[in-house]
Design a binder for this molecule. Structure first.
Ligand code: ATP
Length: 351
C-alpha cells in the first residue's frame, strides 16, 4: 500500500507522475497519470505482483498483453506499455474522460433504441476485432465499457481476464467479485467453454440493460439466479421493438452451439441500421520488449515508485525553464560581446 503523500509531493513511476485514483476493481487500482516527457494523460492499472503472477497463467497473460499492445482499435482502450517494480505491475492505458457507460444508465435511465444500437455496434466491433486476434474478454459488463470525451465507446480490460481469473480462482462462481449477471450459462457450469460465444452472450445482456434500464436475469439469491441464467428465463419490457427482441432472443440462447455468432449479428437487420464499419490503421512496429521484461522476471528493467518533493528552483533555473526565454540567446549574446571585446583588445594590440 502506498503511503499518503505530503502536500505537493508527487509519486513517480518510470516517466509517469501518478495522480488521483480513478477507480478500483477486484484485482487492481486505476490511477490517473501524466507522462512527464510528453505531458500526455494516461491511466495506470496497478496490480499486486504476488496476487496474480502464479506461473500457471503467465504465458496466457503475456500472450494476451502482447496482442493487446498491438491492437489499436477505436473501440478498444489502448494499452501503451507495461512496467514492473519488485511488488507491482503497472499497465499503462489510454485515459478516457467520459466515465462509465453504466453511470450514464444509472443517472439518465434507459437509452432510446437507436442510442443502444449505436453502443452495441461499437461493442460488437471491438469484440469481433479482439476475437479475430485470439483475445477473449470473458468479463464484459457495463463497468468495463468506458466513454471518451466524444461519447465513443471504449472497451476496457480486454486481455486482462487472466489476471482476474487468478484472483478469483478458476471459473466465475465467486460472489466476492460481484454477481455473475452478465455471465453465460456455460461459463457458470464451468465445464470449459468457448470465449467467442460467451462474450456474445454478455453483449446480449448489455444490450438488454441499455434498452430496459434493468437486468434480464436478477435474483437476490444466487442459486435462483444461476437457474434463471441457465434456462435463459427472462421477459421483454413492452417498449422493445420486435427486431430488437428477435436479436436478443438469438443472443441469449442458453446453448452456445446454436447461439448467434458475431458474423450473423453483423448481418442482422436490426443491428445493421445506420451501421458504420470502424476505420483504423494497424500498427506494425510495436515493441514487446517491455512485456518480455515484465513477465520474464528480469530484474534489469524494474521501475521504482518514488516520491518527489516539489522542485525548489533558484532564479537561474526559473529563468531557464520559463517559456519564451531562450538561454541559448543569452549565452550567444554573452559570447558575442566577449568575442567583440577580445577582437577590440586584439585590434588595440595590433595597432
Ligand atoms: P473489475 O476489475 O472487477 O472487472 P472494474 O472493471 O470496474 O472491475 P477496473 O477496470 O479496475 O475495474 O477500473 C476501475 C474503474 O476505474 C473503472 O470502472 C473506471 O471508472 C476507471 N477507469 C479504468 N480505466 C480507466 C481509463 N483508462 N480511463 C479512465 N478511467 C478508467
Amino acid at each position: 500500500m502506498s503511503s499518503p503523500s505530503l502536500p505537493g509531493t508527487r509519486t513517480r513511476v518510470g516517466k509517469y507522475e501518478l495522480g488521483r485514483t480513478l477507480g478500483e476493481g477486484s484485482f487492481a487500482k486505476v490511477k490517473f497519470a501524466r507522462n512527464a516527457t510528453t505531458g500526455d494523460c494516461v491511466a495506470i492499472k496497478i496490480i499486486d505482483r504476488d496476487r496474480v503472477l502464479h506461473h500457471r497463467m503467465v504465458e496466457q497473460i503475456k500472450r494476451e498483453i502482447s496482442t493487446m499492445k498491438m491492437i489499436k482499435h477505436p473501440n478498444v482502450l489502448n494499452l501503451y506499455e507495461v512496467m514492473a517494480s519488485k511488488t507491482k505491475i503497472y499497465i499503462v492505458l489510454e485515459y478516457v474522460g467520459g466515465g462509465e457507460l453504466f453511470d450514464k444508465i444509472a443517472n439518465d435511465g434507459k437509452f432510446k433504441e437507436d442510442v443502444a444500437r449505436r453502443y452495441l455496434q461499437q461493442l460488437i466491433n471491438a469484440v469481433d476485432y479482439c476475437h479475430s486476434r485470439g483475445v477473449y474478454h470473458r468479463d464484459l459488463k457495463p463497468e468495463n465499457l468506458l466513454l471518451d470525451s466524444h461519447g465513443v465507446l471504449k472497451v476496457s480490460d480486454f486481455g486482462l481476464s487472466a489476471f482476474s481469473q487468478q484472483v478469483r480462482g478458476d471459473g466465475l462462481l465467486h460472489t466476492a467479485c460481484g454477481t455473475p449477471n452478465y455471465v453465460a450459462p456455460e461459463v457458470l457450469t464451468d465445464k470449459g467453454y468457448d470465449g467467442t460465444s460467451s462474450d456474445v452472450w454478455s453483449c446480449g445482456v448489455i444490450l438488454f440493460v441499455l434498452m430496459a434500464g434493468y437486468l434480464p436475469f436478477d435474483e437476490p439469491n444466487l442459486v435462483a439466479l444461476y437457474r434463471r441464467i441457465q434456462r435463459a428465463e427472462f421477459s421483454f419490457p413492452s417498449w422493445f421493438s420486435s427486431g430488437a427482441k428477435r436479436l436478443i432472443k438469438r443472443i441469449l440462447d442458453p446453448n452456445p452451439l446454436t447461439r448467434i455468432t458475431i458474423s450473423e449479428i453483423l448481418e442482422n437487420e436490426w443491428f445493421k441500421k445506420n451501421y458504420k464499419p470502424p476505420h483504423f490503421e494497424t500498427e506494425e512496429d510495436v515493441s514487446l520488449d517491455d512485456v518480455d521484461a515484465v513477465f520474464n522476471d528480469s530484474e534489469e528493467h524494474l521501475v521504482t515508485e518514488r516520491k518527489e518533493k516539489p522542485v525548489s528552483m533558484n532564479a537561474f533555473e526559473l529563468i531557464s525553464r520559463s517559456q519564451g526565454f531562450n538561454l541559448e540567446n543569452l549565452f550567444a549574446k554573452e559570447m558575442m560581446s566577449s568575442i567583440n571585446e577580445l577582437s577590440l583588445q586584439l585590434s588595440d594590440f595590433h595597432d
